[in-house]
Write a protein that binds this ligand. Sequence first.
Ligand SMILES: *Cc1c(COP(=O)(O)O)cnc(C)c1O
Length: 357
Amino acid sequence: MARPLQASIDLAALTHNLGVVRRHAPNSRIMAVIKANAYGHGMLRAAGALREADGFAVLRLEEAMALREAGFTQRILLLEGFFSADELPLLAQHRISSVIHHSAQAELLQRAELSEKIDVFLKINTGMNRLGFLPEQFPAALESLRANKNVASVTLTTHFATADEPPGISAQLELFDRLTRGLELPRSLANSAAILRHPETHGDWVRPGITLYGASPFAEASAQELGLKPVMTLQSRIIAVQNLGAGDTAGYGGLFRAERPTRIGIVACGYADGYPRHAPTGTPILVNGKRTRTIGRVSMDMLFADLTGIPDAAVDSPVTLWGDGLPADEVARAAGTISYELFCALAPRVPVVEIGK
Ligand SMILES: *Cc1c(COP(=O)(O)O)cnc(C)c1O
C-alpha cells in the first residue's frame, strides 16, 4: 500500500469556474492565469481543462513554450515580460506576448533583430507600486513603443492592489482612465476580485487566477457563495491512533496538552507535503467526513487530528486536509494565510490524480 496522501484535481470544476468568470465578464476575453504551475494544480493539466480560455498568462518563457509545444494556439502573455535580449527571438518565433514594464525592456526590444513583431502589454503603475511605468512616464513609453519596429500591437494594462477590500479600485481606475482616455487601444485590468466585484474594470482582457481554482478572492465571501467549485482536494488517512490521558502532550514542543482523556489520529500529511507548519491547534480538518480540528505542531510528514466526537474514526479513516467538503479558504484563514499559498505549496512528492474528466 502506498502512502495514502494524494491531491485530486477536478478538471470539470476548473471548466465550471471558467464558465463563472465568463458569465461575469461576457464581453471580455479571458486570459487564464496559470503561473506557478497553475497555482499548484499542474500547468498543462489546467490549460487542458481551460482550453476554451482566450489566452494564458505565465511567468517564464519555458512555460509559454511548453504551452505552444502542447498545441495551445491562443494568446500567451509573460506577466513580467522578458528578462534578457536572448529570449526575444523565441518570443517572436512562438508568438508570445510580453508585458513591458520599464524602459530598459523597451530598449532591448527596440535593438533586437527579430523575425516577427511582438504583441506587448504596456504596464502602468497606478498605485500598486510593483511593476509598471509611472503616470508621468507613460506617454513617452507609449510613444516609443508605437515607434518600435518590433512591436505588433500595444495593450494597456495595470494591476490593482485592493480589488478585494477597501479602499477598492476607484483611485487606480480613475488614474488609468485619465491617462489612457482617447487611446483606441485594448485594455487589461481585472484580476479575480475585480472581475467579480468591479465590472467597470473588465475591458478587453480579464486575468482570472484564484477563481479558476475554486477559491474566493474575498475574505468575507465564500467560494460557494460565488458559485465556484473547489478544484484541488488534498486527502489522506489516519495511520495511527493515540489515546492521551489528561496532562499528556502531543508532538514537537509538547505544544498541545490534553485537558481530559483525548483520542487523536495521526494523519499522513506534513509540512514537507505543503501543509502549513504554522497552522495552529484548531485548524479545521475532516475525518470520516466529519469536521474536527488539528492539534499541536505540524511535523514534516504527519500532523494530529482530534478524534473527539468521531468514535468510529480509526486507522485508515479518510481525512480531508482541504478541498471538497472543507474550503481551502477556511484552512488558510486558520493558518494565517490565503488559499493561493496553500495551493502553490503543494509539494512535488504528493501524487496527483485527475477526476472529473
Ligand atoms: C497573479 C496575477 C493575476 C491573477 O490574480 P488572482 O487574484 O489570482 O485572480 C492577475 N494579474 C496579474 C498581473 C497577476 O500577477
